[in-house]
Structure formats: structure tokens, C-alpha cells
Design a protein around this ligand. Structure first.
Ligand code: UGY
Ligand code: MN
Length: 328
């Protein structure tokens, strides 16, 4: 396989990758290397075996780093191991969220038929390739001229055919779900998307909200989910205690704060970089950021599908196979 040596060459080979992704802009912090606290959280101080802040409730789950359980992933290089942080075994979840450790040179397995895949490089780097076409993605912002992003989305036909190979010791965050075409635009297919988070435009979060919002996928009906990146300065918080039909998978990449989840008075969690949360449909959710630094979290949210078609409790892959067969 030929490797691409410059961003412009890579982009000229693939019309589906937009100009926006291809343009090289100065990065906010060229020296920062990924999100180191996800895999190397600050020392906790307690050191007591078995002590955890993790919790699995009917409408949400919190999984903190000491509770991650690593397992082999079917179809992947056996040296890779994954920790599922959300999956259809949780109430209502239609998607999986998995942290995957990949040693140098290890290859990902193909996605299941009909499954779309989103990857964010947390540490290290990967090459995403199909025959002569190849893209380098890196968690290091200044990873080289031919690095075209830190995340990639592969639609179902690509998620099972593109190779994903680790360059150096790598950790990725991966979201997967069975793609559900819109019954209104059945021929409108999602495209490969990749880029750097900080190159995406900031969006209005809607008054009175003040957090900084980016969405990594196009806001178009051919996509059935989006990945939001939300930044809060210390002291900023969600004004709305949200309740909505959408479900979330969240990984905190930087910072710390208080998440309030669940019914009534809810449960209050001290969360920090490395902590993951699953929020089921209609789980009340509220966040406030603590000092000293910015909170950044990455958040899966299902979008653009009529809730009548995506009713999700306990459904998972089996339910959504209907969409593959065109049964609405
Ligand atoms: O878009 C959202 O639903 C987002 N504001 N939710 C959240 O951060 N818990
Ligand atoms: Mn929400």
C-alpha cells in the first residue's frame, strides 16, 4: 500500500473528504499530545482496592478508570484490548462506546455488517486506509504535515472495508451503531468525515447556555448521530437540567466537575478526565465545571430520526436490523 506523503495529495484522491477538513490551520496548542489524563488519571490518593465512583443505574451509568475491564475484540489483532463504556446491555442504548488499546502495528477488525464507526485518537496515532488511499490521524496536534486529523467517521460500507492500523502505542475512543437510513432520504448516504476538533466552527449552544459547542459530523439528515465536543470554563454550567429522548455516551477528556444525573434529586457525581457516562433517553442531566482548568467532554447523541422509529429500550442491534432490511 502506498502511503500519502502530503495532505494535498491525500485530499485530491478522495473527493468525499471536504475542503474544510483538508485545510491546514494553526492549532490552538501545537505541542499538546492528545488527552493524556484519559489513560493516566491523576493519582487518587486513596489507593484502596475495590473503591470506585462507578455506578450503574436504570437511566445512567458512570464508569471511572479503575472500573474499566479490558477484553479482546472479535476480529481485531489479538494484542488489542477494549473496555466497553456503553453498550446495548445498558437500558436503551443503541450504540457502543469503547476505549481500545492498540500496540504499534496492530490492526482493528472490521465493523459488523451495516455498522458505522467513529474513532477519536486519544493517544498515539493511526492510519486509516483503503487500497492506495491512506490518511494519518494523530492525537499529537503537530504530528506532521501529512496528519489530516484526530478523528474519523466511517459509514457502514467503509467501516467494514477500511483498515485501521496503530502507529506506535495508541488508544482510541470508538463509537459504533447500526446505521439507520432516514426513510425520507433513503438514497442519501453518509460520507467519510475526518479532521481536528479545534478546526470545527463553534456553534451557538442557545441562550442562556454559554458552553463552547462543536459538532464533528455534518448537521444533515443522512447522518443518524453526531459527536459533540463541549468545553466549559471553571464555573460554567448547563442552565437547563436536560431531559430528552436522545441518548448519550460521554467521555471526559479534560478537567473536572459535578454531573447530576437521574430522577428526583438525582445523583451527584464528582467527575474528571477519564470518567465515562451513559445517559439513557430522558435521563435528567446537568453539569457544572470546577476549577482549575477547562472541562472538555466528547458526547455521542443520536439525531435526525423520528423517535417513533427509533424507540430504543432494550433494542440494540436486533431491533435496528429492521432498518437494514428496509422494514419501517
Ligand atoms: O446536546 C446535548 O444534549 C447536551 N447538551 N447534553 C449534555 O451535555 N448532557
Ligand atoms: Mn443532553
Amino acid at each position: 500500500m502506498r502511503r500519502v506523503t502530503s495532505r494535498s495529495r491525500a485530499v485530491s484522491r478522495v473527493a468525499l473528504v471536504s475542503d474544510q477538513m483538508a485545510s491546514k490551520r494553526p492549532r490552538a496548542d501545537e505541542t499538546q499530545s492528545g488527552y493524556p489524563e484519559v489513560m493516566h488519571p491523576k493519582p487518587r490518593g486513596e489507593g484502596l482496592p475495590g473503591l470506585t465512583r462507578s455506578r450503574n443505574e436504570a437511566d445512567h451509568a458512570v464508569i471511572t478508570p479503575e472500573s474499566r475491564v479490558w477484553c479482546g475484540l472479535p476480529g481485531w489483532d489479538p494484542r488489542c484490548s477494549g473496555a466497553y463504556l456503553a453498550s446495548p446491555q445498558m437500558n436503551g442504548a443503541l450504540f457502543t462506546m469503547c476505549l481500545v488499546k492498540m500496540p504499534n502495528g496492530a490492526c482493528a477488525g472490521p465493523a459488523l455488517p451495516g455498522v458505522e464507526r467513529f474513532i477519536l485518537v486519544v493517544e498515539g496515532g493511526i492510519t486509516a486506509a483503503l487500497s492506495e488511499m491512506s490518511f494519518r490521524l494523530s492525537a499529537v496536534k503537530s504530528g506532521g504535515d501529512d496528519v489530516v486529523g484526530e478523528y474519523i467517521y466511517l459509514p457502514p460500507d467503509k467501516a467494514s472495508t477500511w483498515s485501521i492500523k496503530a502507529e506506535g502505542a495508541t488508544t482510541i475512543l470508538m463509537f459504533e451503531q447500526v446505521y439507520r437510513p432516514s426513510p425520507h432520504r433513503i438514497d442519501d448516504k453518509p460520507s467519510v468525515e475526518l479532521g481536528f476538533i479545534d478546526d470545527k466552527p463553534t456553534l451557538d449552544p442557545g441562550a442562556p447556555e454559554v458552553f463552547t459547542l462543536r459538532k464533528l459530523l455534518p448537521l444533515e439528515e443522512r447522518f443518524d448521530f453526531n459527536i459533540h465536543v463541549m468545553d466549559f470554563e471553571p464555573g460554567q454550567f448547563l442552565h437547563c437540567n436536560e431531559m430528552h429522548y436522545n441518548q448519550h455516551g460521554m467521555l471526559m477528556l479534560e478537567g473536572q466537575g459535578i454531573y447530576r444525573l437521574g430522577q428526583g434529586d438525582g445523583r451527584w457525581y464528582h467527575l474528571r478526565a477519564g470518567d465515562a457516562v451513559y445517559m439513557a433517553p430522558y435521563c435528567p442531566q446537568w453539569y457544572a465545571a470546577l476549577e482549575p482548568g477547562r472541562t472538555r467532554y466528547v458526547l455521542y447523541k443520536d439525531t435526525y430520526r423520528d423517535p417513533l422509529l427509533t424507540g430504543s429500550t432494550g433494542a440494540g442491534y436486533k431491533h435496528n436490523a429492521k432498518y437494514q432490511a428496509g422494514i419501517f
